[in-house]
Every structure is written in structure tokens, then in C-alpha cells.
Design a protein around this ligand. Structure first.
Ligand code: ADP
Ligand code: MG
Length: 207
């Protein structure tokens, strides 16, 4: 998978975030402060501009630029968190590699998961984006032998199931945790946006 493949993934994410902006904001209105859709849309619009202004030459450089832009442009918890995910992806892949093997991508995603957990101190079950990211990384790693299309489909399915599984949980991290038991019964917005990102990966892989 080369730089143009991953650029297409980021483009799919930016389009999906734009399309689902209101939906993400509604989820955040229920258990947060109603800005998650706007936050990510602002971030990925800036990412689009940054990539167009200076197109990166390798996947690693691309992901570092995506992550740095998100950290710079997105206020709120999700900017530093998603920024860390993409920066760590880029750092783990390295700036030199032009073509990324599926196994190396899975390993880099696993490193990104660890980095975001280190930053936010969330474990699975805390009702955060980790509840979608962790099962997606596992599914991708397990599905690897069957090839990218199957692995991406499995990851997208696992992320979506993980996001849905946040509904009955009580939030233990982030703004939603202030609500205590009243956070039960709603899908976590960050888990929903992570599911969107893996659906976008599947879409990019199927083209
Ligand atoms: P804010 O909460 O600052 O308004 P956003 O609304 O953009 O930021 O993002 C909220 C999402 O961030 C939550 O739905 C959750 O998935 C994620 N989140 C918040 N805190 C953490 C954390 N400590 N670890 C992982 N994810 C978190
Ligand atoms: Mg919010």
C-alpha cells in the first residue's frame, strides 16, 4: 500500500466526516457538548488543505502530517487523541518506506492504539474511541492472512460492533464520564467516528 492509497483513505475519512458531521454532533449532544462532528470536520478540512499544499512522499510522512494537523486544528479531547493515533502510525511506519505491507500497517495501528491509551488512560469498556479502535486492530491483525480486502472488512465490522457496544456502558473517561449513570443508553461519539474511519478504510481498499 503506497502513499496514494493512504491519501485516498484520508480523503474517504474527510468526506465521511463531512457527511456525518451532524450525526456525530447529535451523539455528542446526548453525552457531551455537541461539538464532535464540528471538531472533526474542522480538523479534516485542514488536513485536506495541508496535504494539497505539500503532498507527502511516503505513507509515514503523510500520517505524521495528518496527526500534527489534527493536533493543531482540533480543540477538545479528540484532537490530541486522533492526532496521536495518526502521528504514531506515521512514526512507526517511518519516513522512508514507500510501500507498506499489510502486516506492518497492522503493527503500526497496534502502536497507535497503545499511544492513544497511554495518552488518554482509557481501557476497553470505558466508553471511548478505544472501544472501537481496539477490536478493529485485533480483527485486522487476525484477518491479515486473507488479504487486505478481507482484513479491512473485518476491521470495519469490528469497529462498528465495538461502537454499538458502547451504548449500554457508563462512561469512565472524558466529558461523558461527568454524567455518571446518565451516560448509559447512548453511543459514544468518538467510538462512532472511529468506526467511520475503518469503514472509510474498507471503502478505500475496495476501489
Ligand atoms: P470533547 O470531549 O473535548 O468535547 P470531542 O467531543 O471532540 O471532545 O470528543 C469526544 C470523544 O473523545 C469521546 O466520545 C471519546 O470517544 C473520546 N475521548 C474522550 N476522552 C478520552 C480518553 N481519555 N481516551 C480515549 N478517548 C477519549
Ligand atoms: Mg465534545
Amino acid at each position: 500500500m503506497d502513499t496514494s492509497f493512504f491519501a485516498a483513505w484520508i480523503e474517504e475519512i474527510a468526506t465521511a466526516v463531512r457527511d456525518q458531521k451532524d450525526h456525530l454532533t447529535q451523539l455528542d449532544a446526548a453525552i457531551g457538548d455537541a461539538d464532535h462532528g464540528a471538531n472533526l470536520d474542522r480538523g479534516f478540512a485542514a488536513v485536506r488543505e495541508a496535504l494539497a499544499a505539500s503532498p507527502p512522499e511516503t505513507p509515514g510522512a503523510l500520517f505524521v502530517l495528518v496527526g500534527s494537523t489534527l493536533i493543531r486544528k482540533v480543540g477538545g479531547a479528540s484532537g490530541p487523541l486522533y492526532g496521536t493515533v495518526f502521528r504514531q502510525l506515521g512514526k512507526t511506519l517511518g519516513a522512508e518506506t514507500a510501500d507498506v505491507a499489510l502486516g506492518d500497517f497492522a503493527a503500526a495501528l497496534d502502536a497507535a492504539l497503545s499511544a492513544v491509551q497511554k495518552l488518554g488512560a482509557a481501557v476497553e469498556g470505558d466508553k471511548t474511541l478505544v472501544d472501537a479502535l481496539a477490536p478493529a486492530v485485533r480483527a485486522l491483525t487476525e484477518g491479515m492472512q486473507e488479504g487486505p480486502e478481507e482484513a479491512f472488512a473485518a476491521a470495519a465490522r469490528a469497529a462498528e460492533e465495538g461502537a454499538q457496544a458502547t451504548v449500554p456502558l457508563q462512561a469512565r473517561k472524558g466529558r461523558a464520564s461527568y454524567l455518571g449513570p446518565r451516560s448509559v443508553g447512548h453511543e459514544d461519539p468518538g467510538a462512532a467516528s472511529t468506526a467511520l474511519m475503518f469503514a472509510a478504510l474498507q471503502a478505500a481498499g475496495g476501489r
